[in-house]
Design a protein around this ligand. Structure first.
Ligand code: HEM
Ligand SMILES: *[C@@H]1O[C@H](CO)[C@@H](O)[C@H](O)[C@H]1NC(C)=O
Ligand SMILES: *[C@@H]1O[C@H](CO)[C@@H](O)[C@H](O)[C@H]1NC(C)=O
Length: 497
């Protein structure tokens, strides 16, 4: 018995020794390719920086990331971070960010949490599939298609204004409770068309996506739920399954109906008003139908992706913009003046949008200071050569959007809300990575123009109806998958006469 145990101990020691030797050789072979970026302080043996991330405390996570940005900035723009066996790099140097965005198109494993729902939709797709789908979907986001959505943007904005009337002159409140559901409904209408409103499919879909989004956020914060097997055993995992089934039931029903209408030529209910709303789902069926390129499941995944990527981002940006305008009354009045001059009392039309120059400057400045995606994470399938370092294949890199937006190239007033800088070419840094709220390179946001049109229309209706009051100094942030307010985001509204 003693001998047997002894033998096992020997075997275990031998295995551990082999593991250590292999690990050292692997890291040597990586190191040999050139100097390695400095490591962010505080790493422990084995778990690396894992203890700094895995606390589940999302405001501490934001403080940590910012400190990591500072550390990288003071060390030639790249810093190493290790979570257990996975090597990450924080990239803040603008040139290196461009290289990263253009060369590394694969998404990091954190995006895999969304895969049970979004599958091979654009946001989460592997590169070979992404290339085909991106090409196929690009025409769906052309200006001509987007112009067809202005009616929806206007009516949704008016709906928002009328629901806000009940807050007139009252205490500050959480604006998200109004804009969140409104924005989700807007994107559902443009993604799946008005046909969904008849039978309350939209509200069912909204309930499912809202829950799914919250489940993904909760899982992200709890590192012990990151493992698929463990997650599937939890109640959170079971709820995710339930809501995915619910959401997919809706997209399947809409898809079936749309396909039947295309075959039978049955008129849609929207056609009565003269102009038919072409929703994303119609366009995707059309593009894929001719060449039979996408399966039903792929179409559903793309529609769900557009909805997930499109609602929270725009809605949160509106919240930040209103908190900023509510803290800068003189700028808010200038926005009001421009809207009043361009529009008067009527709805927004497509030719008005380019004239809302100051509104656009305000939105861009809000996106610069509070980019809802403060970083993106790319997986390196091949080694990546940056200015000073070569990052090894198998690691992942953070592209630090938030750090780019406050980089010294923006000048000493980088921390200040100054929409006027967007009106003067000389005050905008020339570097292509100076502004990256919609990411950079070939895999940047496909919905950028949709988002700007929608947000401009929403702001136009809001600012001409209400005066907003807030206090930006009280704003505190956290990372909930995206950059979210943690406190101090309350806003009061007062009806303009
Ligand atoms: C203020 C609003 C928005 C911001 C700040 C924003 C930002 C971003 C960013 C940073 C990415 C890159 C993600 C990554 O590489 O991990 C992205 C991708 C994407 N966005 Fe947006 N987005 C916004 C609105 C929208 C809207 C309205 C839509 C749809 C109508 C949309 C659809 C997408 C899609 C489908 C992708 C994946 C693109 C691809 O991988 O090819 N986004 N967005
Ligand atoms: C977890 O469940 C999902 C379906 O919700 C399934 O696709 C996946 O294979 C499961 N993973 C494991 C490791 O059980
Ligand atoms: C805004 O908040 C800051 C910090 O709490 C406070 O010092 C300041 O007085 C507030 N400003 C207004 C106008 O309420």
């Amino acid at each position: 018995m003693f001998i047997v145990t002894n033998m096992w101990i020997t075997v275990v020691i031998a295995l551990v020794a082999i593991y250590i030797i292999v690990a050292v050789l692997v890291s040597r072979s990586r190191a040999n390719k050139g100097p390695r970026p400095p490591e962010y302080p505080g790493a422990l043996p084995l778990i690396g920086h894992g203890h700094l991330f895995g606390s589940g405390n999302s405001d501490a996570f934001w403080l940590l990331l910012q400190d990591c940005y500072r550390f990288a900035n003071s060390n030639s723009g790249v810093a190493g971070l290790r979570i257990v066996q996975t090597q990450y790099y924080m990239v803040t140097d603008p040139d290196d960010c461009v290289t990263l965005a253009n060369t590394a198109l694969d998404k990091d494993v954190v995006y895999d949490f969304m895969k049970p729902f979004l599958g091979e939709g654009l946001l989460t797709a592997t590169v070979p599939i992404w290339k085909i789908h991106r090409k196929l979907l690009t025409p769906a986001f052309s200006q001509g298609v987007l112009d067809g959505f202005i009616g929806v943007f206007n009516s949704q904005s008016k709906k928002l204004v009328s629901s806000l009337n009940q807050e007139d002159g009252k205490k500050p409140f959480d604006f998200w409770t109004y804009i969140g559901p409104n924005a989700l409904e807007t994107i559902c209408l443009t993604a799946m068309g008005g046909a969904t409103t008849d039978d309350r499919l939209t509200s069912k879909y909204m309930r499912a996506t809202e829950n799914l989004y919250n489940i993904i956020v909760s899982r992200f914060q709890r590192f012990w739920l990151h493992n698929n097997f463990v997650f599937n055993l939890t109640s959170l995992g079971r709820r995710q399954k339930k809501y995915i089934k619910m959401a997919n039931g809706v997209t399947s029903a809409v898809l079936e109906r749309r396909k039947n209408e295309l075959v039978n030529g049955t008129p849609n209910s929207e056609e009565n008003s003269g102009k038919k709303l072409k929703a994303f789902i119609d366009l995707i069926i059309e593009y894929s139908g001719e060449r039979g390129l996408l399966s039903d499941q792929e179409i559903r995944e793309e529609v769900s992706t557009i909805i997930i990527a499109g609602h929270d981002t725009s809605a949160s940006t509106i919240v930040y913009t209103l908190v900023l305008l509510g803290s800068h009354p003189e700028i808010q009045e200038r926005v009001f003046k421009e809207i009043d001059e361009v529009l008067g009392d009527r709805d927004v039309e497509k030719q008005d949008l380019p004239k809302l120059v100051f509104v656009e400057a305000v939105l861009k400045e809000a996106l610069r200071l509070y980019p809802i995606a403060p970083f993106i994470v790319r997986r390196l399938t091949e080694s990546l050569k940056l200015k000073h370092y070569t990052l090894p294949a198998g690691s992942s890199a953070f592209l630090a959007i938030h750090a780019l937006h406050r980089h010294k190239m923006w000048g000493d007033d980088a921390e200040h809300f100054l929409p006027d800088r967007w009106l003067d070419k000389n005050r905008i840094p020339e570097h292509q990575a100076a502004f990256a709220a919609f990411s950079l390179g070939r895999r940047m946001c496909i919905g950028k123009n949709y988002a700007l049109m929608n947000m401009k229309t929403t702001l136009a209706h809001l600012i001409r109806s209400f005066r907003f009051k807030s206090n930006i100094s009280e704003l505190k942030l956290k990372i909930d998958l995206m950059l979210k307010p943690h406190a101090g985001h309350y806003i009061a509204v007062e009806r303009r006469m």
